[in-house]
Design a protein around this ligand. Sequence first.
Ligand SMILES: Cc1ncc(COP(=O)(O)O)c(C=O)c1O
Length: 295
Amino acid sequence: MKVWFNGKIKNIEDASKEGIGFLTHAFNYGTGAFEGIRSYELVNGKVGIFRLKDHIDRLFYSSEYLNITLKYSKKEIIDACKEVVKENNLKNAYIRPIVYYSSQKIGLGNNDEVNIVVFAIPFDKYINKKHAKVMLSSYKRISPLISNPKAKITGHYIISSLATQQAKKHGYDEALMLDLEGRIAEGAGENIAFIKDNEIIFAKSDSILEGITRKTIMEIAEDLDFKVKEENIYPHQLDLFDEAFFMGTAVEIIPISQINNIEYKTKKSETIKRHYLDIVKGKVTRYRKWIEIIN
Ligand SMILES: Cc1ncc(COP(=O)(O)O)c(C=O)c1O
């Protein structure tokens, strides 16, 4: 596998030797900023990356939160994402840029060196089910009182990982977390919305990562005659909705059939899912502006 490492395409083995060791700051303390991006084989046979610029904007935002000023421009990182997909002959892929403190010195304050790597792997479904069975987790989403939930930082994902393990252990497909105020926040790696009649209600909380997919669904909802709103949602309200779905780059759209013992219909969520998949695959002309073609 070829990766882009500090400006150059390298074999993953060589880049790993150079880029990561047991003493690496980010390995010890979770001090990395990262993204999860998807490329798709498009209807015209080309390969395109969905909303790449938005992901790279967020990567820079997250890096700044870690007090990292990148040596590379946004354009260089955008090109690196395209290059790794091309170099590895990938079509439907998951692209992961990570900016991280790479100092080989133990000590929290020893963050004087930074590496950046971009790799890509073949990727199909994140949750390989038609509908997700979801567990309301006992783990809580990080709050702005603790860190910045809008920054995609590796260390923030400890809680998501524990919540996912807990959900799987209890026979569920995914975890749903509340925020510290007890509102429905989001899934372990995806946002959540509910449907009542012809309205999509996005869970509102200052503790969520406001995803690019969430923004996309807000923008395309009108095409399917849905109204949209954001609202604080509490667990006792969960059985007021007709449907629920998760959204995120990895999970795309997945209808939720169940949260704990509350069951949901899935028909409208399936329509949203189909429309989203048509868009990312370049089938809807007016949204091709979101697709960065790899030549
Ligand atoms: C915690 C969390 N929430 C939401 C999302 C969805 O974000 P996006 O749609 O930008 O992929 C992600 C994925 O990055 C995530 O990790």
